[in-house]
Design a protein around this ligand. Structure first.
Ligand code: A3P
Length: 291
C-alpha cells in the first residue's frame, strides 16, 4: 500500500526507454541515428558513475593538463550525444570525443571507434542518482522525493537510461575487447595516475604526449581533483538550484551507508547477486561484496 503512494520522478517514456523530461526528445531520436566514425572516442557511463570527472580528465589530457578557461565549456568539446543530437556532433572536427549514457545496444558502434566505460558500484550510484534527480527540478520534478522513493524506482530499473545492470553487464562482457577500456570510479579514486597512463596507452596518438611528462600528469591529477572541481561548481552544472546539493557533491566511495536501511542493503545485494551470477563482477567491489 505504501509503495502506491511513493513519489516518482517524471520521465519521458520512449518505447519503454525512460529519459529525463527536461531532455529534448528530438536530441534522443537523432542521437540514435548517429553513425560512429572510426576515429570516435565514446565515453560511456550509466548516470552518476564518474562521467564528468572522466570527461574532464580526457579534456585535460588533450590540453597538457591546463584547466578550462572561464569562457570555455566542457560540453562544447565533449558533448552529450543524446542531449544535443547527431547534427551538432557531426559539426565537430574529427577526432571526436562523445559522452553518452546510452546502453550498449543503443550506443553507436564502429569496430575502429574506441569506448571508455566507467562503472561505479550500484550502492553509491543510487545515492548519487537520487541527489541528481532531486536537484535537476526541471528535468524530473522530484525536488521533494525521498531516498526511499527513488530507491524503489532504481531497484526496479524504472529510472532514466534504464536498469543499472542492463547497462553494466554488456559492457563488462566486452571489457577485454581491443576497442574497450573498462574502468571503475573506485579505482580512479584509489589512484588516478595509473588510470591516466592506461587511458593514454589505450587512446594512443597525442594522448601519449601527456604521459611522457611527469609535470603534465601532475597537473591533470590536480586540476581534475575533487577539490579543484568542487571550487568550480557553476561550470559543471549551471542549472542546479542553490538549495540543492551541488553537482560535484561528496565524491566518495562508501557514503551509501548513510542512506541505506538494512533491508535496502539486502535487496540491492540480492539483485546484484541474481543479475551478475556467473560473472566476476563482484570482484570489482570487494569491500561491498566481501570476496
Ligand atoms: P556523488 O554524488 O556520490 O558525490 P556523473 O558525472 O557521472 O554525473 O557523476 C557524478 C558523481 O561523480 C558525483 O558523485 C560527483 O560528486 C562525483 N565527482 C565529480 N567530480 C569528481 C572528482 N573530481 N573526483 C571524484 N568524484 C567526482
Amino acid at each position: 500500500m505504501r509503495s502506491m503512494n511513493r513519489k516518482k520522478p517524471s520521465y519521458y517514456d520512449h518505447d519503454g526507454f525512460l529519459m529525463p523530461i527536461g531532455f529534448p526528445i528530438e536530441g534522443f531520436i537523432s542521437a540514435l541515428r548517429y553513425q560512429a566514425q572510426p576515429s570516435d572516442v565514446f565515453l560511456v557511463t550509466y548516470p552518476k558513475c564518474g562521467t564528468t570527472w572522466t570527461q574532464y580528465i580526457l579534456w585535460l589530457m588533450q590540453h597538457q593538463g591546463e584547466p578550462l578557461s572561464p569562457s570555455e565549456k566542457l560540453e562544447d568539446y565533449i558533448p552529450h550525444l543524446e542531449e544535443i543530437g547527431k547534427e551538432t556532433i557531426e559539426k565537430l572536427r574529427q577526432p571526436r570525443v562523445i559522452k553518452t549514457h546510452f546502453p550498449r545496444q543503443l550506443t553507436p558502434y564502429h569496430p575502429a571507434a574506441k569506448y571508455i566505460y566507467v562503472a561505479r558500484n550500484p550502492f553509491d550510484c543510487v545515492v548519487s542518482f537520487y541527489h541528481h534527480t532531486r536537484g535537476f527540478i526541471q528535468h524530473y520534478n522530484f525536488a521533494d522525493g525521498t531516498f526511499d522513493d527513488f530507491f524503489e524506482c532504481f531497484i526496479r530499473g524504472e529510472v532514466d537510461f534504464g536498469d543499472y545492470f542492463d547497462h553494466l553487464l554488456p559492457w563488462y562482457e566486452y571489457r577485454d575487447e581491443e576497442n574497450v577500456l573498462f574502468l571503475t570510479y573506485e579505482n580512479m579514486k584509489a589512484d588516478l595516475r595509473p588510470i591516466i597512463i592506461k587511458i593514454a596507452n589505450f587512446l594512443g596518438g597525442d594522448y601519449l604526449n601527456c604521459i611522457e611528462n611527469e609535470e603534465i600528469i601532475n597537473k591533470i591529477i590536480v586540476n581534475s581533483s575533487l577539490k579543484s572541481m568542487k571550487k568550480d561548481q557553476q561550470r559543471w552544472s549551471s542549472k542546479r538550484p542553490k538549495n540543492m546539493p551541488p553537482f560535484v557533491r561528496k565524491g566518495k566511495v562508501g557514503s551509501w551507508k548513510d542512506y541505506f536501511s538494512l533491508k535496502q542493503q539486502q535487496r540491492l545485494t540480492e539483485k546484484f547477486k541474481i543479475r551478475t551470477a556467473g560473472t566476476a563482477l563482484e570482484t570489482l567491489w570487494p569491500k561491498i561484496f566481501k570476496t
